[in-house]
Design a protein around this ligand. Structure first.
Ligand code: UDX
Length: 437
């Protein structure tokens, strides 16, 4: 199929490359000329494992090209809108200006029979509004909403072999046509019997925010248990193991620590709350405010624990921060708990040196006041406290005996409960986990 993908960020660049890899003829479009130029040369503008390989192979096949001109969408049968929906400045609501701009720019280039497919995460009701815009444009194109569930770090795999497909379509003949076109796009996944839910626009939009709200709630639930464990002497990691054996609960997303961040979970739960309030049902998701508050308290907890563990004035104390990205295998620092902790410790007057395998550049752009090092050894040398805030394998495999020889004081705060506490204690460290004695 001929496909256009509008927006080549974390979502669109992966989607465009994966669709070409699956055999479609794809044009990726973005207003950022530098990004387009890089992608056309096979350079990914962000770190995502496996993406450089898929991008190069798709470019070499001749099935993938990139353009900064929306007119190049003309001739494609299916147009994916994959632009960002960030949090609006000064509000919890989602900023839809990029989605609206993408559709308006696309309309003059649409042809009768084209399918426009929204992939961006949007407040419920957006698709119905955009379908109106599309139908009154007289283009003859129709709309579907097809939310994306990819996880950063596994984005390529999640796009090529998703765990489910959700199509939000119009009623009647238009809906049947949209479904048939999407089935052609996702022929490989359909053949592999990937579960498919075909529904209306509102349900499709809600599936995405509900999934993220559930995941955020699960993480904040275990972090709330960590808070109780901290005042009762219990160990939240053992608690998570024990409740996780109940298959109705499950162990995944029950890792207590510094909490969730990234470009999706935090802003999606806030946008969901804002939309529910607009719809007069704020109370139905009022708990998401608690989920958000618990999550933000965990960052503060890591900072407080570090200050307390230092055993000296925080001013000019050397603090080694391991991790900056919001999770491992990503260079994304949007709403990153790790970067937030580093910034707060710097703000208290400590001498922060931070390291991360991929996220230093993005962090430096936002927070040049922090000292960064690409070298773990340099980061640890002379530290009065070490704070691990992103569970990169590189940090998990640090030998505590080796590290003990580098630091000024053997104090480690494991903000992800990821280290072998006994091994670190045996090497003479004061080990502090979150929600652990
Ligand atoms: C998320 C959803 O998982 C994905 O389906 C959706 O499409 C986009 O949002 P992503 O933002 O890539 O994906 O990250 P995810 O793996 O969900 O992790 C989110 C945050 O939660 C990270 O900061 C991670 O460190 C944290 N987390 C995750 C925990 O603190 N504890 C856990 O047990 C799991």
């Amino acid at each position: 199929m001929k496909i256009s993908v509008i927006g080549c960020g974390y979502l669109g660049a992966v989607h465009a490359s994966a669709m070409a890899e699956l055999g479609h003829e794809v044009v990726g479009i973005d207003v950022d000329v530098d990004k387009i130029r890089a992608l056309a040369e096979g350079i990914t503008p962000f770190y995502e494992p496996g993406l450089p390989e898929v991008l190069s192979s798709a470019l070499a096949s001749g099935r993938l090209r990139f353009s900064a001109d929306i007119a190049d969408a003309r001739g494609s049968a299916v147009h994916f809108i994959a632009v960002g929906t960030p949090q609006k400045a000064g509000s919890n609501a989602a900023d839809l200006r990029f989605v609206d701009a993408a559709l308006h720019a696309l309309i003059p280039h649409l042809q009768k029979g084209d399918l426009v497919v929204g992939k961006s995460t949007v407040p419920v009701g957006t698709a119905a509004r955009l379908a109106e815009v599309l139908s009154s444009s007289g283009s003859g194109a129709i709309l579907a909403w097809n939310p994306e569930f990819l996880r950063e770090g596994f984005a390529v795999q999640d796009t090529i072999a998703p765990d489910r497909l959700v199509y939000g379509v119009a009623a009647g003949e238009d809906g049947r046509r949209a479904t048939a076109q999407l089935n052609e796009v996702y022929a490989t996944a359909i053949e592999a019997e990937t579960p498919l839910v075909v529904t209306d626009y509102a349900t499709a939009e809600l599936v995405k925010v509900a999934a993220n709200a559930f995941l955020a709630t699960k993480i904040s639930f275990i972090n709330a248990m960590a808070e109780i464990a901290e005042v009762s002497g219990a160990d939240v990691t053992q608690l998570a193991d024990a409740i996780g054996y109940d298959s109705r609960i499950g162990r995944r997303f029950l890792n207590a620590g510094v909490g969730f961040g990234g470009g999706c979970l935090p802003k999606d739960i806030r946008a969901f709350t804002a939309r529910a309030e607009e719809l007069g049902r704020g109370e139905s998701v009022a708990f998401l405010k608690e989920v958000d508050a618990i999550n933000l308290r965990r960052r503060q907890r890591v900072v407080d624990l570090t200050v307390a563990a230092l055993g000296r004035s925080v001013h000019n104390a050397k603090v080694a921060v391991l991790g900056l990205s919001f999770k491992p295998h990503s260079d994304d620092v949007r709403d990153s708990p790790a970067l937030d902790v580093a910034v707060q410790l710097r703000g208290l007057g400590s001498d922060v040196m931070a390291t991360d395998p991929q996220a230093i550049e993005n962090s430096r752009l936002r927070h040049p006041q922090i000292t960064y090092s690409t070298d773990i050894e340099e980061t640890l040398r002379g530290a009065d406290a070490v704070v691990l805030v992103t569970e990169w394998p590189e940090f998990k495999s640090i030998d505590p005996v080796w590290a003990a020889g580098l630091v000024n004081s053997r104090t480690i705060i494991d903000g992800r409960n990821t280290l072998d506490a006994a091994a670190w204690r045996d090497a003479g460290w004061n080990y502090y986990g979150l929600g652990r004695p």
